[in-house]
Structure formats: C-alpha cells, structure tokens
Write a protein that binds this ligand. Structure first.
Ligand code: HEM
Ligand code: HEM
Ligand code: FE2
Length: 500
C-alpha cells in the first residue's frame, strides 16, 4: 500500500464492496439534497414544475433516496468491518458482488419509474409496477420482493463469515439485529383495504426501524468506530453496547404507540405510547456519555480526526434530533396540537441527519483512510483540514437552521390551525398564510442551500482527502494491549458486572 495513493486494488473483497456501496450512497445523498431543494422551493412558488414534477413526486424521491442511501451506508459499513471483526475473508463474495449490482439496478429502475411514470390507475398493477403508496417505502411490489431477496443474501454473507471466523460481542448484537431489521420490512409489504390496519403495520417498519433496529445497528458501528479511531478498550465498549441495546428495545418497541394516537387504534395506546416513548431519550443519553467518555479518556487523540468529529456529532445529533425533538411532541396531550405540522418535519430532519447521516459519514472517513494506504488523518493535514472542517460546519449550520425554521413554522401551525382554528380545513390554510410560516419557508430554503454547499464540499473532500499526505496514519495504542491499571480495574469490573 502506498500512502496517499488510491489503493483500491489492494483492498480485501469485503472492503472493495463497501467502497462500492458508499459510492452509490453518496450519489443518492446528492440526489436527496437536490429533490429536497425543489420540494422546498415549491412551498414558496407552488407553480414551479407543476404538472411536470409535482411536489408529491419530489418529496417521495427525496425521502426514498434518503432511506436507500442510509441503508447502503449501513451495508457498506458492515462489509467494511466484517473481515476485521471475524478474522476471515468475506464468505460468499460472488453472491455479495451480484447482490450489489442487482440491488443497484433495481434502485435505478425504481427511481426512473418514480420520475417518468409517476402514477397509475388505482389497481393492483400500479401497486406491483409503479408505487406501493407507503411513505418512505413506496417501492413497487416487484422491487419489494427483490429487496427482501437481496437482504437475505447479505444476511447470509454476514452470518456465514462470522460462523467461519470468530464471534465478538459486537458481531453477536449485529447479527441478531439484522434479523429484526430485515424481518420488519415484511410488515410493510402486505396489502389491506382498511387504512388504519395498513398504517398500523406500516409503522412497524418505519418506527421500529429508526427507533429500534437502526439505532442498535449504529450502536454496533459506533462501538467499532471507537475501538478503531481511539483504541478504546473492547470490554468497556461492548458493555456499553449491551446496556444501550437493552434500553433501546425496552423503550423503543412500545414507544411505537406514539404513532397510534390518531389512526383509529384502541385508546390504551395513548398511555402506552406516551409513557414508553417518553423513555426513549434515555438510551440516547447513554450513547452520548459513552462516546464522550471514551474520547475524553483518550484525550481526543485519534488516528482519524474527521471520523472522530462526525462520531461525536452523531452522539449529540442523535440525542438532540431524536431524543429532544422527538420528546417535544411525544406526549399525546402535546401531540394533539403538533401532529401533522412542520413540527414533525423539523424533528424528522434533525433526527435522520443527527442519528444516521453523521455516522455513515464518519465511517466513510474511516474507509477512505485505508483506501489511501493508512494515511495520516489527524491534526495538521496538508490543507489544514479546511475542507472537512468547513463541510462539517456548513452541513450542521444548514441542518440546524432548517430545523429551527421548521420548528417555528410548526409552532405557528399548532397555534393558529390547531389551538385557535380547531383543525378545520380553513384553519389549515390560515395557519400556512401567517408571516411566521411564510418566512420560515424562506429560511428553510436558505439553510437548505447552505447545507447543500456543505454536502458538495464533503463529497469533494471524500475524493481528495489524504491524496497529498505523505505521513502514515498515527498509531493509536489500543488499551486492550496494555495491562489494566489498578485504579480502572475496580471501576471496569464494576461496570462489566452490571452489564452482564
Ligand atoms: C433516530 C431516531 C428517529 C428518527 C430518524 C425519527 C424520525 C421521525 C420522522 C421522519 C417522523 C415523521 C413521520 C411521518 O412522516 O409521519 C417522526 C415522527 C415522530 N417521532 Fe421520531 N424519529 C426518531 C426518534 C424519535 C424518538 C426517540 C421520539 C420520542 C422521544 C420520537 C417521537 C416522534 C413522534 C411523537 C412522532 C410523531 C409525530 C406525529 O405524527 O405527530 N422520534 N419521527
Ligand atoms: C437541502 C436540504 C433539504 C431540503 C431543502 C429539504 C426539504 C424537504 C421538504 C420540502 C420536505 C417535505 C416536507 C413536507 O412534506 O412538509 C422534506 C421532507 C423530509 N426530509 Fe428533507 N430536505 C433537505 C435535507 C434533508 C436531509 C439531509 C434529511 C435527512 C437525512 C431529510 C429528511 C427528510 C425527511 C425525513 C422528510 C419527511 C418529513 C416528514 O414527513 O415529517 N431532508 N424535506
Ligand atoms: Fe416513532
């Protein structure tokens, strides 16, 4: 491996696949931003592209691209870490390679159909060929089945590799979580003409993904990332992971009830959903404490500064976007007013960005370091780290600005449309004509552009970081290789006992 040069040919098969997944993910990320911008502009100028690329189509492409690229990011991360973690080369490499191409071709076809066919008559053929009509997972039935087959194949790769190599705490959690993650997708696939029943099951996919299985998955990725970037002690990281997983499932599964308040489900969901979802921020606090504790213990001395910065951004973004912004609207007494306003969108944006975009970006930085021949990525980069720092700042300022703008818009809607206007059709429109709402849509647009600039800069950095560096990566000493100091021995044994 040559430091600074692209060493793709020297990578193992799993890592090569990971790079492919990351590449597609980034293309879709850019597409997500562009369709977000068009949709945001249509709030300001509703005639824009009317009849050509309607709001509903842009919105669908925007959020579907997001779901798919984040999944690509996760799959890439898993393929990247699997060989290091198991100690053996990826099992079933040919199948994995074929899966990548099948999945990607399917995604391209689905997007093209979204854009050029858009809609069809209300019959089963539309469901099979064009659009299934379930927000976030609109992909038509043929693609649904294809996706399931691909996921089974990927699961086989993961399981077979760990079975052949060695297991660890992280890989055990990962494999169990993948079963749940893939299995849940099935809940969004069967068709019923009863809308509440349909929504009831559809939420299993969406809520239980982002508030349970995806969170556990990023918990695994975070654990691994901390070991790699800081040399964190595996025992501690794994113990935290177990605690987080227990808390996450303990609150997140019944927290599902916060989507069952107003869709025609029994009334007990008000209490169950309100109570358990109010507990959901607790594991997210644990995740912040965990990562900051580990980073602090190593005096923030890492072999990959951008990755560590984005990992820390993940810890805080997850807590704020999912935990705090989610909590704000999760009690039924409050949700009665905020439901169906930009309040949810404010939370949706900060949560998806804070919890998932950040960690995939962090992981890509880890991967790029190896791709560039284990190059130096700590302080004092050739360009003084300008690109990674500016893209970090711009994406965050853009996202936080959008979030605040949407929160203000949502506040106006809750007040005017819900509290004063009593949720009538007329009040719905009145709420959106008030100055605060209208101005907020402009601010969202401005911050959206800022964020897009940040994303472009980020992608540019991905292509160039490390290229001009000549120093090899900083060696971080793993604490696992050192004898445990007396004083931590006691504390750690204490924590480990509680966790097991
Ligand atoms: C990373 C984790 C999370 C993500 C990505 C996320 C994302 C979202 C999104 C996109 C929506 C809008 C769904 C729609 O289109 O109707 C939503 C709704 C909601 N989220 Fe989250 N969320 C997360 C975690 C949480 C947590 C931890 C809580 C509670 C503490 C929470 C509470 C809510 C509530 C109450 C709603 C329903 C709003 C309504 O329909 O009135 N979320 N979430
Ligand atoms: C250029 C930046 C962006 C702009 C201008 C933008 C704009 C929009 C617009 C206009 C909508 C439709 C909202 C509605 O139906 O009222 C939307 C929905 C959504 N966007 Fe974005 N977006 C951007 C970036 C992002 C990012 C980075 C993420 C997360 C990774 C994201 C996640 C979402 C989600 C989850 C929804 C559905 C929200 C809901 O239904 O409550 N967007 N976005
Ligand atoms: Fe939820």
């Amino acid at each position: 491996m040559t430091v600074g040069a692209l060493n793709y040919a020297d990578l193992s098969i799993g890592k090569k696949l990971a790079i492919k997944y990351f590449t597609v993910a980034m293309v879709l990320f850019l597409a997500q931003m562009l369709f977000g911008l068009i949709a945001a502009w249509q709030f300001i100028a509703p005639d824009f592209l009317f009849g050509i690329l309607d709001f509903n189509v842009n919105r669908m492409v925007h959020i579907n691209a997001m779901v798919v690229w984040l999944l690509y990011g996760f799959i890439g991360s898993i393929f990247w870490l699997i060989e290091d973690e198991s100690g053996v080369p990826l099992v079933g490499a040919r199948i994995a390679e074929a899966t990548f191409w099948i999945l990607t071709v399917a995604v391209v076809i689905v997007v093209l159909v979204y854009l050029f066919v858009q809609s069809g008559p209300g019959e089963t053929a539309t469901l099979w060929l064009i659009n299934e009509g379930r927000e976030y997972i609109e992909a038509p039935r043929w693609a649904d089945i294809g996706i399931v087959v691909c996921m089974v194949a990927i699961f086989y790769n993961v399981l077979a590799t760990f079975l052949k190599g060695q297991w660890s705490g992280i890989s055990g959690v990962l494999v169990l979580d993948l079963i749940a993650l893939a299995g849940l997708y099935l809940a969004g696939m069967f068709y019923t003409t009863n809308l509440p029943v349909d929504q009831y099951w559809w939420w299993w996919v969406i809520h239980l993904w982002v508030e349970a299985t995806w969170e556990v998955l990023v918990g695994c990725i975070m654990a691994w990332g901390l070991i790699k970037t800081l040399g964190a002690r595996r025992k501690i990281v794994t113990t935290w992971l177990y605690i987080e997983v227990a808390l996450m499932f303990g609150s997140g599964i019944l927290g599902l009830g916060h989507h069952y308040f107003w869709i025609g489900t029994p009334e007990y969901w008000l209490g169950v959903g309100g109570f358990f979802s109010a507990l959901e921020p607790i594991p997210l606090v644990a995740m912040v404490v965990h990562s900051v504790y580990d980073a602090g213990r190593h005096a923030f001395r890492s072999n990959n500064h951008p990755a560590l910065a984005w990992l820390i951004a993940h810890a805080f973004g997850n807590f704020l976007g999912a935990g705090v912004w989610g909590f704000m609207q999760t009690l039924p007494q409050i949700n009665l007013y905020t439901h169906g306003t930009q309040w949810s969108s404010s939370h949706g944006h900060l949560a998806f960005f804070g919890a998932y975009v950040t960690i995939v970006v962090a992981f890509i930085y880890l991967a790029l370091q190896k791709l560039r021949g284990d190059v130096w990525m700590s302080g004092g980069l050739v360009d003084r780290g300008r690109k990674w720092k500016w893209s970090l700042v711009l994406t965050h300022v853009g996202m936080v600005g959008m979030t605040i703008a949407l929160l203000i818009a949502g506040y106006e809607q809750s007040f005017v449309e819900r509290a004063l206007g009593g949720s009538t059709w007329q009040a719905y429109f009145e709420g959106q004509m008030r100055p605060w709402f209208v101005e907020a849509m402009w601010w969202r647009m401005i911050f959206g552009v800022l964020m897009t600039v940040g994303v472009v800069l980020l992608l540019w950095d991905f292509l160039t970081i490390g290229a001009k560096e000549t120093k090899p990566m900083l060696e971080v000493r793993s604490l696992d290789e050192e004898p445990e100091p007396e004083e931590t021995e006691v504390g750690e044994v204490g924590v480990a006992t509680q966790g097991s």
